[in-house]
Design a protein around this ligand. Sequence first.
Ligand code: KG4
Ligand code: ZN
Length: 335
Amino acid sequence: MKDVIILALESSCDETACALVRNGREILSSKVASQIDVHTKYGGVVPEVASRIHIENISIIIKEALEEAKVSWDDIDGIAVTVGPGLIGSLHIGVLAAKTLAWAYHKPLIPVQHLTGHIYANAFVDELKFPLLALVVSGGHTELVLMKEDYDFEVLGTTQDDAVGEAYDKVGRVLNLPYPGGPKIDKLAKEGQPRYQLPKVHTDDPLNFSFSGLKSAVMQSLKRLERNNEELSVPDMCASFQEAALSHLWSRVETVLDEYEVRQVILAGGVAANSRLREICVERMKKHPGISYIIPPLAYCTDNAAMIGASGYIAYKKGIFADLDIEADPSLEMQ
Ligand code: KG4
Ligand code: ZN
């Protein structure tokens, strides 16, 4: 069978990325220009600044990805791009670039939903086995997704308030850690003990999530310590928050495994880079020897374009293409 090479673009938040992916599983090149240093100065992503930097970076990153992959335009079968969800101004730059390339080089345009990219990042490790359960954990989303086959996404549970990555970043802010708080909390928690008591999370539905109460509980603990003139141990608070947040996450995975037929569990999204979540997954899956699991490679957990190429490949095989008048959709759902 002829190889399918996809050029993929991702610009939904604060990473400008381009990748070339062969047959959905082999990364020929993957370039990411991160804007984290700029946004750290403001304590979070500033949308207008993000769009401006995407404009500055996108042609450079496309050129670099093409050079590294050593493919010519004749070899490329389609242009995949993140259409949503994300920041409208940021998405717009990637979509515009993808439409321009598709038009200029007469290639099909493949629309990709960002979270499906996070899910298909697992295809770089192993073949997906259905039915599978994807725990999608990022800065904007926390979702339990059941897939009975490729491109069949059933959302079983979601967050009632903050996404888990958002909670990490907000807790990071109250602990005066630089943005993004997630990786810093992960690191500091290793030096601490989960000795601060945080309440157990309750939700309306047994498969939903809630993280805003946990964030408030951390803030209340900080105030209490200050009132009592007790010294705060930041590593211990990081460890306490992390254990509470991750045990809440995993409790929902266990509920799905009890109630649904699942052959494989996969982690997806920026928070899948968390070292403790990766450890918990390995530990807890030992109790389910009949169910395989995949943890995506670290570099492909946070936003990148290779994952958009992996998902775009499946879309290509299914004949999912877009017209050149397609627009970015900041609240696009998985379908
Ligand atoms: O998937 P992603 O790169 O962007 C979105 O689509 O949202 O995820 C970014 C999120 C941020 O909230 C960041 O703090 C979190 O992933 N994150 C982590 C870790 N690395 C990134 N959270 C916890 N532990 C980490 N090691
Ligand atoms: Zn993402």
